[in-house]
Design a protein. Structure first.
Lengths: 124, 181
């Protein structure tokens, strides 16, 4: 209680704004920015490029059947897929730039993209 | 023994700056003794002195005390003219410039805590820019920005609170100074 009296009203404002600045700096400086697009590929070709703003469902046809992809604000995932091992479905929500779920048997993939390109690895 | 021709008159202001700078250097040493998880993340306790001096004696005295602190602190810790010295100097310069502007904020609303947080952000901002421009010329340096910014917020708030606490008490330094002289 004693220490709180030393903080003036404007100080709270400065603390709040600083905390917001710190919060904003995390996605800006880490992981190549916020996730803003999802790229769905079929047979290696771009099937759809979606802004991660609205709720949408996509049905992508492949050699084994239909892959169902869900897009929500800020994230995307493979809901169902006919592939035998279900790896891409088990990956769950993808929300950071560079993340990708590949349903190889059905030849469909979903990738998240941000403002800047993120690499899996870089060698010099 | 020949008497010195040069007479240096030491004013009360000089003595005050010297005492305050000594306190700041002492806190710099304490700062350096505290283990840090990451180079650059430090409490910056000496900034408490800078804040108290700024509010009590004005910006000019704060600049003197800070400059002497950076110089003497780096000599004592052995990094004078090493990269760390220039990082320290840049950070201090930027935070002093920020304080120079921030002291015009209405005192009724913005106290030492605000000044401290703003100075801490300026400090780390200056250091990051110098590191990017000179020491590590790669944007990878900025990956550490969120960590540094969070540290600036936390330590800036704590230092500001300590400074506010010290400033809430009446100034005792003059009397102590007289006795010690």
């Amino acid at each position: 209680m004693h220490w709180l009296t030393l903080i003036r009203p404007g100080d709270w404002l400065v603390m709040l704004l600083s905390a917001v600045a710190v919060g904003v700096s995390i996605p800006v400086f880490w992981q190549g920015g916020l996730a803003d697009r999802a790229i769905i590929r079929q047979e290696g070709k771009v099937f759809a490029e979606i802004d991660l703003k609205a709720r949408k469902h996509f049905e992508v046809a492949g050699p084994l059947g239909t892959t169902l992809i869900a897009v929500e604000p800020g994230r995307a995932r493979v809901v169902s897929d006919p592939s035998p091992r279900q790896y891409c479905v088990k990956q769950g929500w993808l929300m950071r730039p560079g993340e990708i779920a590949i349903c190889a048997p059905n030849r469909v993939s979903v990738q998240i993209a941000g403002r800047t390109k993120v690499y899996d690895s870089i060698s010099y | 023994m020949t008497r010195s021709v040069i007479e240096l008159t030491v004013t009360a202001e000089d003595r005050r700056v010297a005492w305050l700078a000594t306190a700041a250097v002492g806190l710099s040493l304490v700062d350096a003794a505290i283990p840090s998880p990451l180079p650059g993340v430090k409490p910056g306790l000496a900034n408490i002195v800078t804040l108290v001096v700024l509010v009590r004696y004005g910006w000019g005295t704060a600049v003197w005390v800070s400059a002497l602190r950076v110089l003497a602190g780096s000599l004592l810790l052995g990094f004078f003219l090493a990269p760390g010295f220039f990082l320290s100097l840049t950070g201090t310069t930027l935070s002093l410039l920020t304080l120079g502007l921030a002291r015009y904020l209405p005192a009724r609303w913005f106290g030492p805590v605000s000044l401290s947080i703003l100075a801490a952000f300026a400090h780390i901002g200056g250091q990051l820019l110098l590191a990017r421009a000179w020491l590590i010329p790669h944007d990878g340096v900025f990956l550490l920005t969120p960590v540094f910014a969070a540290a600036a917020l936390v330590f800036g708030t704590i230092n500001g609170l300590i400074a506010a606490k010290l400033l809430a008490e009446p100034a005792p330094t003059e009397a102590v100074g007289l006795v010690r002289r």
